[in-house]
Ligand binder design. Structure first.
Ligand SMILES: NC(=O)C1=CN([C@@H]2O[C@H](COP(=O)(O)OP(=O)(O)OC[C@H]3O[C@@H](n4cnc5c(N)ncnc54)[C@H](OP(=O)(O)O)[C@@H]3O)[C@@H](O)[C@H]2O)C=CC1
Ligand SMILES: CC(=O)[C@H](N)C(=O)O
Length: 256
């Protein structure tokens, strides 16, 4: 029997790429997102190209009971959980509609925790498992004009590092994947619309770096030399200075 991987946000971008690379490694899949048609297209392609079993679970992860609802629809144990679904909210804090920030935090943070809580007991019972949480380089420092998004990603990083220590001797690997700007539909979906300059990495490269990191049992991976350097250096600088520099970098969001 193949191990099963559950990937959230598998209808597009990094999630669809995670599903593809995990199928190539021989995982059966459970694909989660809201867009049934896109999930079905990914599922059909992976069944055809890799001969793996793929279940589709259509679920809005901003719903308070999302994790329980997903767990109730699983047909078997999950070996690898990829908490990838997410989106950004950008702009001056008081101008972002309250509901947008709440929805974002429900998807990026609350559902990630709840789904991990729902699936870890099965991994402990099986004696092995893996959790990949998709954070962001935005989580290494406060990011003005992405205030709740970056704070949520800081949570994802710290949560992952803490769980890694709890489970390292109990058969479960935990990795935080912290990409920099990547070529997906992310920047088209940021609400209100925003854009950051700079080169974009490919989803394929980012996911490969993440799965390599998981193989090596790394605590976190920031793919690309510049992102890795930032991840290493930022915590060594005064936090207020880091916030001031980040404000200059992200100010362009207000003009977007
Ligand atoms: N692209 C980038 O530059 C970076 C992205 N990231 C992170 O990577 C992760 C994936 O984003 P990325 O692939 O780039 O973006 P995309 O916009 O391409 O994909 C986002 C995925 O999340 C799903 N999603 C969004 N909202 C919900 C929701 N309410 N319920 C269920 N699923 C949802 C979408 O599916 P659907 O709409 O069908 O529900 C889609 O599958 C996110 O956590 C993001 O923060 C981190 C750093 C950089
Ligand atoms: C959107 C992201 O999370 C990315 N790391 C960025 O800062 O642009």
């Amino acid at each position: 029997m193949n191990p099963t991987a559950l990937v959230t946000g598998a209808s597009a971008g990094l999630g669809a790429e995670f599903a593809t690379q995990l199928a190539r490694r021989g995982h059966d899949l459970v694909l989660v997102a809201r867009s049934a048609d896109r999930l079905d297209a990914v599922a059909d392609r992976l069944r055809h190209e890799h001969g793996v079993e793929v279940d589709v679970v259509v679920q809005n992860l901003s719903a308070p009971d999302a994790a329980d609802s997903i767990a109730a629809r699983l047909r078997g144990p999950v070996h690898t959980l990829v908490n990838n679904a997410g989106f950004g909210t950008a702009g001056r804090f008081e101008e972002i509609p309250d509901g947008h920030d709440r929805e974002q935090l429900m998807v990026n943070v609350v559902s990630l925790v709840a789904l991990t809580r729902a699936l870890v007991p099965g991994m402990l019972e099986a004696g092995s498992g893996a959790v990949v949480n998709v954070g962001s380089t935005a989580g290494f420092q406060p990011s003005p004009y992405f205030a709740t998004y970056s704070a949520g990603k800081a949570f994802v990083l710290d949560f992952s590092l803490a769980l890694r220590r709890e489970y390292r001797d109990r058969g479960i690997k935990v990795l935080a994947l912290c990409p920099g700007p990547t070529g997906t539909s992310f920047f088209e979906r940021v609400t209100p619309r925003a854009a950051l300059g700079g080169r974009l990495m490919s989803a394929e490269t980012v996911v490969r770096a993440g799965l390599d990191g998981l193989d090596r049992d790394r605590a976190y991976v920031a793919p690309g030399l510049r992102n890795a350097l930032n991840a290493h250096l930022v915590p060594r600088r005064p936090r207020t200075l880091v916030a001031a520099i980040a404000e200059r970098v992200t100010r362009s969001v207000l003009q977007a």
